[in-house]
Design a binder for this molecule. Structure first.
Ligand SMILES: NC(=O)c1ccc[n+]([C@@H]2O[C@H](COP(=O)([O-])OP(=O)(O)OC[C@H]3O[C@@H](n4cnc5c(N)ncnc54)[C@H](O)[C@@H]3O)[C@@H](O)[C@H]2O)c1
Length: 314
């Protein structure tokens, strides 16, 4: 059995706990959250496993093979660094850290520790985004002319993710929280990218995260990448990752839906290939057992952070 520890029991920590529980080769050994009531309640739900409010104490007192770090971004570096110092395999939430320097130091520490170092970038395991990547590889759009990421939010933070940090300039905003998923996809599907121009707007409150961003990046072959983000606007939330080519257009809409068309055709919904759907937890188990696995590691986390920080700084 692979013994797992979870640090950070908020919206996302709770979600992945279910994935660990459902895996026959995993067992949750201990959990930790700075909020004592949250830690105790979750431990009780998990059958009375040990609960901690201090991650160092958990690392000292519990034998674990894997630790999942799901605390807010500002604490990723400190917590992940303590996990790596113990030589334990790690799954870290995105973004890897809260600055390029922190991300670089975690990458180095993870490589030196010789452990499995994985990031939770779920698009790498879902049918819609994997079908998008497959269609691009199969030349659905032809020669690429532009990649575009649209992130429009009627409200930021979104009603389901209300917490103290996600609307803060220090460690929140949708460029960090949502944009980084697509920066990672962009790098994985289309290769390395460079930031050319960023116009980012902030509200009057000096502590609040961005209200709008327009950015132009370039792929290695010169293809432009356009990022258009806005919040506090009319209408519905819209997240669209689109590739325009000389033969057609292909979009991944709102995380999972595919839409596309060839030149001269309408853009219509396309079916994702359900056979491509995969599981992060299954892949983590394989990686820990030394088997071939799809793991988005800290190198990818670091590379995405380099672009993310240039966008956030404007
Ligand atoms: N991969 C994804 O799709 C995805 C989706 C949402 C959020 N996230 C990421 O997950 C992380 C957590 O997000 P969330 O929405 O669950 O946040 P949240 O605020 O709901 O939960 C964070 C939890 O961490 C606890 N915490 C804070 N500092 C701690 C510390 N030092 N030690 C122990 N516990 C501590 C808080 O008490 C809280 O319970 C963030 O990095 C976020 O970017 C990832």
């Amino acid at each position: 059995m692979i013994k797992v520890g979870v640090i950070g029991l908020g919206a996302i920590g709770q979600r992945l706990i279910r994935g660990f529980q459902d895996h026959p080769e995993m067992e949750i050994a201990a959990i930790c959250d700075a909020m004592e009531t949250r830690a105790k309640e979750t431990a009780a739900e998990l059958g009375g496993i040990p609960a901690f409010t201090n991650h160092q104490e958990m690392l000292e007192k519990t034998q674990m093979d894997l630790v999942y770090v799901a605390v807010p971004p500002k604490f990723h570096h400190a917590v992940a660094s303590d996990v790596l110092a113990k030589g334990i395999h790690i799954l870290c939430e995105k973004p890897l850290a809260n600055s390029v320097e922190e991300a670089e130091s975690l990458l180095k520490q993870a490589q030196d520790a010789g452990v499995v170092h994985a990031m939770n970038f779920p698009l790498n395991y879902s049918a819609g985004s994997k079908t998008f990547a497959k269609l691009i590889k199969e030349n659905y759009v032809g020669k690429l002319r532009r990649v575009q990421l649209k992130m429009h939010f009627p409200e930021w933070p979104r009603p389901w993710q209300q917490n103290a940090w996600v609307a803060s300039k220090e460690q929140g905003g949708y460029v960090l929280e949502v944009g980084v998923h697509f920066i990672q996809q962009l790098q994985k599907i289309f290769g390395s990218v460079e930031v050319k121009d960023v116009q980012i707007q902030f509200p009057e409150d000096p502590h609040a995260s961005e209200s709008a961003i327009l950015a132009i990046l370039k792929l290695a072959d010169g293809t432009p990448v356009f990022i258009d983000g806005m919040s506090q606007i009319a209408g519905k939330e819209e997240i669209a990752f689109t590739a325009y080519g000389d033969k057609g257009t292909l979009s991944l809409l709102n995380w999972g839906q595919l839409a596309g068309g060839k030149l001269g055709e309408e853009i219509l919904p396309l079916e994702a290939d359900g056979n491509l759907s995969d599981s992060l937890v299954d892949n983590l188990v394989k990686a820990i057992k030394g088997e071939e696995a799809t793991i988005i590691d800290f190198t990818s986390g670091y590379e995405a952070q380099v672009i993310l920080e240039q966008l956030r700084k404007g």
